[in-house]
Design a protein. Sequence first.
Length: 407
Amino acid sequence: MGSTALPKKIVVATQHYPPDQSTTAAIMREIASALANKHEVRVLSGSASKAMYSPPGHGGPIVISISNRMSPKQALIRRAANEILFACRMFFALAKQLRAGDVVIAVTAPFVLPHAVVLAAWLKRARSLIILHDLFPEVLVTAGVIKPHSLLERAIRRANNMMFALASAVVTIGRDAERPLMRYPGMTQDKIRLIPNWCTLPPGHRPVTAQNHYRRPISARFVVGLSGNLGFTHDPEIVFDAARLLLDESQVHFLLSGWGAGFDRLRQLQAEAKLRNVTLLERVEDARVEELLAAADAWVIPYRKHVAGMSVPSRFYNLLAIGRPVILVSEPETEAALTIVENKVGLVVPPEDASALANAILATSTLDHNSIAERAVKLAREFSKESALAEYMRVVDELLHAAQAPT
């Protein structure tokens, strides 16, 4: 008489998870919680303050803390060393947690984590699902952090090829990711699953009002906003350069809020230039993000050159949700650019052209914002959390079934 097979479980391996307040943490929590409604789910978290336990079927996943030390993004060498150590700890934790047929899920942050996850899954005969939020080393090359064709870039690419060859499936959050992915010989078309991220704000037009806390000090008729984590792929300086060009346009004002290395650069530029048409705000707490987004008439998302397929701005969906036009600085083939043009919810301008951005801002100020708001909110409803999580459930069930099928 054969032994009864143990039920398969889902393991979520992530550096970012609540109480971390990042967008990645919120996304991984939602995925883990949704899967826990049907499966046993364990979260190996690099940001939990202590090990927590919630029995399967009692409202959530088991959360296990993995020792992790975070370093500022500016401290590149120290940050890289800490991320490698974290990936090693995650590898050994997975070696203890995984059984044959389990499914492990990881996101590409930090960029060394998915390599450790996929290798552990392969050794334990488990299945692996990688969620591609950013594609490295491409992001690092674009940002000028490492040189193209350098020894480090070639090493990461070789590691990526192994990772994609061993991964069971790769979730992309934009259509533009498929092309750079397929440049890796280890990647195959049948592994790719497109599941866009979702709005975290309920879709519905929020009209601009004079009573808005962030709008009240600004007398200009048209306010342009920039918000969020300004990281490697962003070019906030182009927004500041556009503000210089529009300095004499008294009815246009720039409301800039955020964090990260890019926002530090904006602080430096404003300290030197003191532009009267620019207001800087520190990072706004989550409870007030909706009010901040409703304060501007239009929002800019500024990307560097050559970012197609490497990143999709999560804030994009919330800008649609509140009914605002988006002025995107990027190549036309990026996911956000395709979405804007297809649905007529903003304008797309080329990177590194501040004059084009300034002209786009003036053009946007003359558009029919009520019509754009109607289209944007309708579109935002298509990017719902429920539909995205249903797709994650379907992919995970597919991997579990494949793992249980006879060979």
